[in-house]
Design a protein around this ligand. Structure first.
Ligand code: ADP
Ligand code: ZN
Length: 214
């Protein structure tokens, strides 16, 4: 089964996607992670997107659709989780076409609802393990004092994303409301949308998502 996790930055899409990967063997396709990897490895594309991402603006549809196309066409999986994609109506249409070409279906779109103040608080407090990507939060789950990640047991350090600052966050939220939130109506009209309260405990959100999928 193929699903989309939809919601503003900081809604917890990545966290929930990781659970689904671990427990259901699904494959997470995060365009944000792919773009950060391109940036870190210094490819031509990485150079083009670095500045756009740092500002919190959206990368062009062509680039992200190309990244997703490559994955859908080459990766075998018993289910994709689209995380951070689609972010525009053009991307949503492209995804429909790509899945149809592969004889695949889109089985659920899960909207993770959170209020704006919670988003800002979550994002500005967030850091991740450089080794495994485990997410920590200054208030609710501080990085271990001994520097050893509780998930992977290594001490590779904890990093904050370059775009997790208040200025970029304003742009990311504005991009979300202007360009991505119309997808809520789009998938609702197609009868594919389910809403989940993203403000609950991680385990509660996880259980709510499981109810949708099972
Ligand atoms: P967020 O926490 O804001 O949801 P992501 O890791 O999904 O972050 O994305 C980080 C940045 O990567 C975005 O602000 C944007 O610049 C770029 N990006 C990721 N996915 C897309 C997409 N589908 N379309 C356009 N830009 C994207
Ligand atoms: Zn780790």
């Amino acid at each position: 089964m193929n699903i989309i996790l939809l919601g503003p930055p900081g809604a917890g899409k990545g966290t929930q996607a990781r659970f689904l990967v671990e427990e259901r063997g699904m494959v997470q396709l995060s365009t944000g992670d792919m773009l950060r990897a391109a940036k870190d490895s210094g490819t031509e594309m990485g150079k083009i997107v670095a500045d756009v991402m740092a500002r919190g603006a959206l990368v062009t549809d062509d680039i992200v659709i190309g990244l997703i196309r490559e994955q859908i066409e080459t990766v075998k999986s018993n289910g994709f989780i689209f995380d951070g994609f689609p972010r525009t109506l053009a991307q949503a249409d492209a995804l429909n076409d790509l899945l149809a070409e592969e004889g695949e279906t889109l089985d659920a779109v899960i909207e993770m609802e959170v209020d704006d103040e919670a988003l800002v608080a979550r994002i500005t407090a967030r850091s991740t393990c450089a080794g495994c990507g485990e997410v920590y939060n200054d208030n609710t789950k501080p990085v271990p004092a001994d520097g050893i990640c509780t998930n992977c047991g290594e001490s590779k350090g904890f990093t904050r994303r370059a775009d997790d600052n208040e200025e970029s966050l304003k742009t990311r939220l504005m991009e979300y409301y202007k360009k991505t939130s119309p997808l809520i109506g789009y998938y609702y009209a197609k009868g594919q949308l389910t809403k989940v309260n993203g403000l609950g405990e991680m385990a509660t959100v996880k259980a709510d998502i499981a109810t949708v999928l099972d």
